[in-house]
Each structure stands twice: as structure tokens, then as C-alpha cells.
Ligand binder design. Structure first.
Ligand code: CA
Length: 404
């Protein structure tokens, strides 16, 4: 029998152990939890019951102290947790501290410090270029192959999976209109992304090199960068995304530690342009991750974006984000950018899936171009794990509520 009765092959088996924050009866009584199958282990209570030296990091209401503790502590804690859920001697103590997921409430697992979003899928960038700049000679901007393009977003509106997203209102101007109008967005979209969570901070004035990625980044999660295309199109020139993005960004309730994803590391796509030294990948540290994402709209899969196709890696994004000396804080979150593969069924946004509303998606419950009130979008993913297993990423889901 597999440890603690988790079914063999469960993508949330003891090889995974993502971290979250949950409550039971009282939502203000929050605890760090570790997912095991369809249960959550009260990690703080287990640490206390077992007299663990990590109780101080785990008996908390947020992941931030653990994030700040650094890579050695992350590995030590993970090793301890793995033992607690696999070694029979611990079973009697640990089993009563496992709660069914269906009986707990999951919360935003960490306090988000700064939030940055990148634009690192070449397929996505080319598609967007073709849609919005059809007359340009190159669908990529001249800087795209030289640096990972990004912008600073709004950390205070990062919400946990399951939170409703209220349709934003704002200014939008149809191409044919002479003046902007105000109202609820009529082109509300998703962006299927992966979010990276910074643990250990860095010093102001000191760039973080590519080789220090694993010392600073704790883990990753699925992220949906909700986007109001009509608001975005009118406001973004010349300073980039603003209110068309800042109303909500959804993240999974589960943060998967990078230590769980070693079997998913891959070499990113071949670089077609020479890179400046601070972005130059070394061959022995593959910076890509093989994550297979699915996007479902009202339960119907509409796309399967492959994260393996991302041109810029999370390590390059981190190096670029700090190369000017900007410091990292515990809880910083950065998004990969919309993940889009080369094929039609692999696009991570409705913008691309419907080619800016030109085409319609046929769903069992009707046609779609952009999102309608009541629509629910769910991102799921898995990665190759050790010995042929799969490592599941926690889902991120959100339902569109009518404009207020
Ligand atoms: Ca985005």
C-alpha cells in the first residue's frame, strides 16, 4: 500500500507536497498546510507534535517566514515533511492532522510583495504582434530577443483561486469611434501563465545572477492574468498595461516547491540571437520547465499550452529584473507571460484562440469570443515527476461576476 493510503500515481503524492494555507471552522484561524492526495496536512501542528525544529517556520498563518528562511531551510523542511508522510513510525501522530480538502477553506498562501509580469512566449508575442500590428515588418518588437519584456503590476489585487472576478469597467474606444466611452469591459480575457514566488530577498544595488535563481525562488504556481482587452488597447500606449490588468490576478492556492520539479527541468528553445552575458544560459543548468497546462472554460478544455516552449526562462527573468540593482523582497511574485504553443489548440488567451474575436469558440453551452458573466475559467497542469510519476500543480479557477 502506498504511504498513508494515497493512491499509486496520484499527482499529489508524497513526491509533490505543495504548500498552502488553510482554515477549518474559523477563517481567521489559518495554518500552513501541505497537500497529500485529497487531504491537507496541518504542517505546523505536525511539526509541534513531533517536536520538530521547523515548528517555528510551519506553525504560522502564512508562508512568508518559510519563504524568507532560504534554500537550505526549504530543503530541510521538505525532507522532514516527506518523512512525516511516508515513514510508518510517524503515522499515528500525523494521520489525525490530515484533513479532507473538501472540509477546509484555502487562502492566499503568502503575502504578495511586488508583482511583475513578463511576456516570454515567442508564439504569444508573435500572435499579439500580428493581431495588433498587422502592418509591421516583424511581429516581434526589435528588443524581444534581447531581453525578457515585463512590467510592474498590482500586487494588492492578487487573489487566490476560487475568488470571483468582477468584470471591470473603464474607458475603451472602438477603432471607428471618435471618442472613448465608459462602461463594463466587453472583451474580458484570460492569460494562462506560471507564477514564480521569491523566497530569499536580495540587497538593493546587487543584481541576482542566473546561477543564483534557485537560492532566491522558492516555487511556482499557476496564474491567470485576467485582461480587459478593450481597456488595455486604449490605455497602453506609451507606458504599457495599467487598468486593463490591475483589477485581478488569480493564483493557485498551492505553491509547488522547485525541489519537487527537478524531473521537469529541460533546456529552453534554441536561442536565435546572441545574448548579453548576464542573460547567457549555461548548458549544465537547464532553465526551462516542462509543464503541461490545460485551460478549461466552464469545464470544457479549450487549450493545452506547453510551458516547455517559453523562450525566456524564469532564471533569465529574475536576472533581468534585478540587473539594474533592484532588490527582491520575500513574497515577490512574477508571471511568465501568457503561455502559447505553436499550434492552434495551444494558445493561452482568448485573444489568440479567437484571433481578437474574429473567430468563435464552440462550447457545449454556446459560442464564445470573450468571457461572459458567469463563465468559469480553470487552469490545471502537471509536470513529469520522478520514476514516471506526475507532479500536479494546484488549479487556479475564477468565475466572472457582473460589473458592479
Ligand atoms: Ca500577462
Amino acid at each position: 500500500m502506498p504511504p498513508f493510503d494515497v493512491p499509486e500515481g496520484d499527482p499529489f503524492g508524497p513526491h509533490n507536497l505543495p504548500y498552502g494555507v488553510f482554515s477549518r471552522a474559523d477563517p481567521s484561524e489559518r495554518s500552513i498546510g501541505v497537500r497529500l492526495g485529497d487531504h491537507v496536512l496541518d504542517a505546523g501542528a505536525a511539526a509541534q507534535a513531533l517536536g520538530s525544529p521547523y515548528a517555528d517556520l510551519l506553525a504560522r498563518s502564512t508562508l512568508n517566514p518559510l519563504l524568507a528562511a532560504g534554500r537550505t531551510a526549504w530543503s530541510d523542511v521538505r525532507r522532514a515533511l516527506t518523512a512525516w508522510v511516508t515513514v510508518p513510525a510517524y503515522r499515528e501522530t500525523v494521520e489525525p492532522l490530515l484533513h479532507p480538502l473538501a472540509e477546509v477553506t484555502l487562502h492566499l498562501p503568502f503575502e504578495v510583495a511586488d508583482y511583475v509580469d513578463f511576456y516570454s512566449s515567442e508564439n504569444h508575442a508573435r500572435n499579439v504582434g500580428q493581431i495588433f500590428r498587422p502592418d509591421a515588418a516583424d511581429s516581434l518588437t526589435p528588443n524581444w530577443k534581447h531581453l525578457p519584456i515585463g512590467y510592474h503590476g498590482r500586487s494588492g489585487t492578487v487573489v487566490v483561486s476560487g475568488t470571483d472576478v468582477v468584470r471591470p469597467s473603464g474607458q475603451r474606444k472602438a477603432v471607428s469611434a471618435t471618442a472613448p466611452a465608459f462602461g463594463p469591459s466587453t472583451r474580458l480575457d484570460i492569460e494562462a501563465e506560471v507564477g514564480f514566488v521569491v523566497g530569499a530577498p536580495s540587497s538593493l544595488g546587487t543584481p541576482v545572477p542566473l546561477s543564483s535563481f534557485r537560492d532566491h525562488v522558492f516555487g511556482l504556481c499557476l496564474l491567470n492574468d485576467w485582461s480587459a482587452r478593450d481597456i488595455q488597447a486604449w490605455e497602453y500606449v506609451p507606458l504599457g498595461p495599467f487598468l486593463g490588468k490591475s483589477f485581478a490576478t488569480s493564483v493557485s492556492a498551492w505553491i509547488t516547491p522547485l525541489d519537487a520539479l527537478d524531473s521537469a527541468r529541460i533546456t529552453p528553445p534554441a536561442r536565435t540571437h546572441p545574448l548579453l552575458p548576464y542573460l547567457h544560459d549555461s548548458d549544465d543548468e537547464p532553465g526551462g520547465y516542462d509543464l503541461r497546462i490545460s485551460v478549461a472554460l466552464n469545464g470544457h478544455v479549450i487549450s493545452e499550452p506547453p510551458f516547455s516552449t517559453m523562450y525566456w526562462t524564469a532564471a533569465q527573468q529574475l536576472a533581468h529584473m534585478t540587473v539594474n540593482g533592484a532588490s527582491l523582497r520575500t513574497g515577490d511574485l512574477y508571471g511568465s507571460g501568457t503561455v502559447s504553443g505553436p499550434s492552434e489548440g495551444e494558445h493561452g488567451s482568448l485573444l489568440e484562440l479567437t484571433w481578437n474575436g474574429r473567430d468563435t469558440l464552440e462550447l457545449p453551452d454556446g459560442k464564445r469570443t470573450f468571457l461572459e458573466d458567469g463563465d468559469e475559467v480553470t487552469l490545471t497542469a502537471w509536470a513529469p515527476g520522478p520514476d514516471g510519476t506526475r507532479v500536479g500543480l494546484g488549479e487556479v479557477t475564477g468565475r466572472i461576476a457582473p460589473a458592479s
